[in-house]
Design a protein around this ligand. Sequence first.
Ligand code: BGC
Length: 762
Amino acid sequence: MSETRISRRAALMGAGAVAAWLSSPARAVLQAVGQVQTPAFINDLIGRMTLEEKAGQLQIMAAAWAGGRALAGNPPQGNSDFPKQVEEARQGLLTGVFNGNGANMAQIMQTAAVRESRLKIPLMFAADIFHGHRTIFPVGLGEVASFEPELARRTAEAAAFEAAGAGIDWNFSPMVDLARDQRWGRGIEGGGEDVLLGRLFAAARVRGFQGDDLKSTEHMLACIKHFAAYGAAESGLDYNVVDMSESRLREVYLQPYKAGFDAGALSAMSSFNEINGVPSTGNHWLITDLLRGEWGFKGFVVSDYTSDQEMIDAGFAKDGRDAARLAFLAGVDMSMQSGLYREHLPNLVRSGELPQAKLDESVRRVLRLKAMLGLFDDPFRRINAKRETARSMLPQARALAREAGRKSIVLLKNDDDLLPLPRAGRRVALIGPFAAGPHDLVGPGVFYGDDAKAVDLATGVRRLLADPNGLIIAAGSDVEAPLPGGIEQAVAAARRADVVVLAIGEGANMSGEAQSRTDIVVPPPQQRLAEAVAAVGKPIVIVLKHGRALALEGAVANAQAILATWFLGTETGNSIADILFGEHSPSARLPVSFPLRSGQEPYYYAHKSTGRPNPPGDLQPYKAHFRGIPNAALYPFGHGLTYGKIEYSGLTISAPTLPMSGAIVVAAKVTNRGARAAEEVVQLYTHERTASVTRPVRELKAFRKVSLAPGQSQVVSFTLRASDLAFYGRDAKPRVEPGTFDVWIAPSAESDGVRGTIDVLA
Ligand code: BGC
């Protein structure tokens, strides 16, 4: 795909464009499954299956190969006996396995299934390919900072190319859980805090993983997870409950899932959490009424890892049998890892507690997908050890990782234009636990990637320095503990240098599943390191590593320059060096708000006003703020600087009023007053002043990335339809209400940019 096409696509995103995006070719996959009849041979097969074989098709287990390496990211369950698992495949008691070990393992298991089992039904191999297979791209949240859904489609496609080459048919991804509490550790996998971004990136990732044809040996089935509202866990505690109005659920949290299904995803994973007292995995309203009924989903639903069984501890199911019955009746077709379906479904049907027809329907859904994946035509189509190696970490994949990495880096602060650094003439001290070494590069949730094959920061910096040997390196601290003598060495290094690059933040093990934090700060030993280094008085660039928005304080917040770099994957060091030395100008924007303090969480830009907002200016008593700080972000959603100087002016609105069925054009002039080229993400926000349900203080409606040469101006215009202003009323149904709307075209969710108003007419 050519660069021009990429930038044209990237420029399209926003109001109205969502519809265009969703009518893309990938949607054809979804339409196809709606129209295509289940092939006759599948019904014939179902007619010949025993109850045990049917239940087997509805049970997926972690791969036992290599002693259950698949369980690295999950609580151990004791299925590490590979010969036993091969025997289960032979007996037709498995639909497939997940997180296995490549083509060789798949070859052995598939051979047992299709040559030695009674009905020769092929297995399906699944895996968690979150942000790359062997070539690791930026973590999901980091990539969203690019504000470029097309980039996510490309990295998903590249991940599918490698993973499908390694025998993987089905990806447990994309994770599209919208999350607004930065304490939660899994926000790192998803699309950030905003509805529009969440929708666009969900759709893009589905398109990248699945392509246009599920039979393609370069693509795999996508799985929308974790359905639903997993990211809304109370207090950001992983696995915690969700209790919210149906209108908020529909207006905010359900949106990215819906966009993923509309883009053609044909599998879904039910989430660990409950919603309003009912666990998702046992939630008939969620899985059957909403997903299948209202949304017309034609794929199959798998439970998350033992989430059916977990309904016992949650106090919803009496025992394993009851849990299997409740999950199955709710509409969950397949059970992951608990073994409960295999154990109980046959007897539940025999006793009449579950209808046989319902069991057959779930088996049909799963077999139909296996047929769509081409597995009945050629069960070995994705299994080829030579191809697995040949596709692994190709130069073009690494180049894409480098591009994606630098497009994900957000320049939060750049006082006195400290960045970009010159490549020669200044001695650089690279300090911090993330300065050097093959660790914490690929980030959490990676099963097949390898830190040892990734580029660390020191290597990337050395490659661009005119005098690589002049680079001074000191770790200074461990991630969560001090290093003996570390601070002294770091201070000495800073003294010898002209500029300090301080690589600090969170380790890879501090985000991801089960990694909720109470204080979302730079870990205290590193904060102490930063204070000591700052006391030396040299200019400091903070290169922040993080899986969530952080509350920055003291010397970190006060540094002259700050780059938010997430976990960038295989090309981490090169991507960061590209930005540090100005090979490329930063172009990313925050997909999550950086709060002033941890205690503000959940803090998100699209919050409500309350009846007592603090007016602009000083803090006032009895207004909605915490003691001593405004109810605002340190760095809000949408924020990100460039190496240019961008000015907003001249808002125009094509008409003062907007009829219900009409559209309006909102435009502003954006000028680069700086001396360097820049890419600006121009953002359109609205706020309805009065409505029958109070509205957020701002909502992102559209954005566009534009390139501006020094001195160049561009008028950026957005078409806004009345339907873009819809919200969910008290009846949980969408509506547009007439009224006055504030409109901003701005560089972030909390900056003024340029502002006007529109009246929507009845
Ligand atoms: C996670 C899922 C993942 C599954 C299989 C679960 O713990 O929540 O996201 O797909 O494990 O590894």
